[in-house]
Design a protein around this ligand. Sequence first.
Ligand SMILES: NC(=O)c1ccc[n+]([C@@H]2O[C@H](COP(=O)([O-])OP(=O)(O)OC[C@H]3O[C@@H](n4cnc5c(N)ncnc54)[C@H](OP(=O)(O)O)[C@@H]3O)[C@@H](O)[C@H]2O)c1
Length: 250
Amino acid sequence: MKIVVIGGTGLIGSKTVAILRQAGHEVVAASPQSGVNTLTGEGLKDAMTGTQVVIDLANSPSFKDEAVMEFFRTSGRNLLAAETAAGVRHHVALSIVGTDRSDNGYFRAKVAQEKLIEASGIPYTVIRSTQFMEFLRAIADSSADGNNVRLSPGLFQPIAADDVAANVADVALAPPRNGIVEIAGPERAPFNEIVARYLKAVGDPRQVVRDPEARYYGGRVEEHSLVPLGEARLGRIGLDEWLRRSQAAA
Ligand SMILES: NC(=O)c1ccc[n+]([C@@H]2O[C@H](COP(=O)([O-])OP(=O)(O)OC[C@H]3O[C@@H](n4cnc5c(N)ncnc54)[C@H](OP(=O)(O)O)[C@@H]3O)[C@@H](O)[C@H]2O)c1
């Protein structure tokens, strides 16, 4: 089967491409580097020829509210139009658990992306994932105030990128759900406690301060803002195991 992975060079994209190639599929790792640009439309028509499944794992180069909204709206429109013209049979996209329950600019842009997909008429599956463990450092940096990292005690359930990619590949090979599938890591604990465990394990001296008012990319974090409310597929790699693997790979 021919599968195009938009953002196929990214963190989740490159792992997903490897899994699908290993399973014997013809996989195009599409990105601006390979001449496929969803913002300008460059290369999309050619990439779609003969394609049955498209997996959208692209991300905005800027996380500023307006830039990220512009990225997911324009990319979504261009990509879905090219898929409609080519008769693509399954569109898979990676979104975020709680996008519709927290008020931050990045989440609003992901909701806009999901709405375009639902309205496109293309059979689809949206995978909503919790935060990637690989994103913990960026989260700490974005919440840092000098030597303190201020984080809400709202619940947090990060997932390893390897588990995300395995689920994305699995969903892409299954029939479209025309709905949402949620995935999360195997452990759930307060946001501040997980980031404190991470910083301690990597030898980062910054102190995590429990602050119920601390914002996450501008949005309030209530107890259940960032975790699945219903059934979710759980990854297998816990934080300690992920830390062991990343330290061994370093
Ligand atoms: N971070 C999290 O915790 C989290 C949680 C849930 C869901 N997600 C979602 O997961 C998805 C993948 O994230 P990631 O961390 O794997 O992303 P990433 O590593 O930043 O990779 C982004 C990919 O998008 C490509 N790209 C950028 N601009 C493009 C364009 N104009 N046209 C086509 N491709 C373009 C990049 O290509 P180049 O290499 O050529 O630049 C790269 O392959 C995102 O949609 C994100 O919203 C993230």
